[in-house]
Design a protein around this ligand. Structure first.
Ligand code: ATP
Ligand code: MG
Length: 219
């Protein structure tokens, strides 16, 4: 029934250029996750347009969306969602193997990430044997395995302490510089949000840009 409808996002107009590094802040329940889910095809808008690389989402069938999601978009969630019965290394290579990727190349890339993220010695550990920060790094590596052009991260540091959150953000920044990847991440932490080039504050269904970021950063 219409009166039961909850309108989360409205009058929302947002453009992102390739290679941008953007953070989304806003109180709990304002719709940050909803926005990331819409951009990542995990949800459908009841109204409006979403255009990715010139393609209107509405023109795509579900299999086409799934294919674009698999090839173009990487997700990192607040909770890592690693498969508990597989090792760290297996968690990285399984999605690639399922989508028919070359096994040797996939394993090589997985090991490269484990090395870059300082957890190669944890390759054979199961998620239950990893610390929160290690599991989150595996989850970031998994999101990057398919060389996504767009990385969507929903409170990726929500479970990490301050130091690990900073380290995690360092990785994101490095990736963004080395892999030509566009990053949108949602966070409650304003200090982390300030590390992005643009901070968008989500309130009452739409974004407002926090313009005085540079000034704030050096206060
Ligand atoms: N599956 C769902 N069914 C109905 N309402 C939902 C569902 N998921 C989220 N909502 C509602 O939509 C609104 C936006 O939720 P969303 O999860 O996007 O907020 P958020 O900004 O990510 O919050 P948080 O910071 O707590 O993660 C909230 O009012 C929430 O209660
Ligand atoms: Mg959320």
């Amino acid at each position: 029934m219409p009166e039961d409808k909850l309108i989360v996002l409205k009058d929302l107009d947002f453009e992102l250029e390739r290679g941008e590094f953007v953070s989304i802040v806003g109180e709990s329940g304002v719709g940050k996750s909803t926005f990331l889910h819409l951009v990542g095809f995990l949800d459908e808008p009841s109204k409006g347009e979403i255009i990715l690389k010139g393609i209107d989402y509405k023109m795509l069938s579900n299999p086409e969306k799934a294919a674009i999601r698999a090839s173009t978009i990487g997700f990192v969630f607040q909770f890592h969602h690693l498969l508990p019965e597989f090792t760290a290394l297996e968690n990285l290579i399984i999605p690639g193997l399922i989508s028919g990727k070359n096994g040797r190349g996939t394993t090589k890339r997985a090991k490269m990430f484990l090395r870059v993220f300082g957890i190669l010695n944890k390759a054979d550990h199961y998620p239950g044997q990893l610390s929160g920060g290690e599991a989150q790094r595996i989850s970031l590596a998994r999101a990057l395995m398919n060389k996504p052009q767009l990385l969507l991260a929903d409170e990726p540091t929500g479970n990490l302490d301050e130091k690990n959150s900073e380290v995690f953000m360092d990785y994101l920044e490095q990736l963004r510089n080395n892999e030509d990847i566009t990053v949108i991440f949602a966070t409650h932490n304003m200090e982390l949000a300030k590390r992005a080039e643009r901070i968008l504050n989500l309130k009452d269904g739409h974004f407002s840009e926090i313009e005085d970021k540079l000034n704030e950063k050096f206060v």
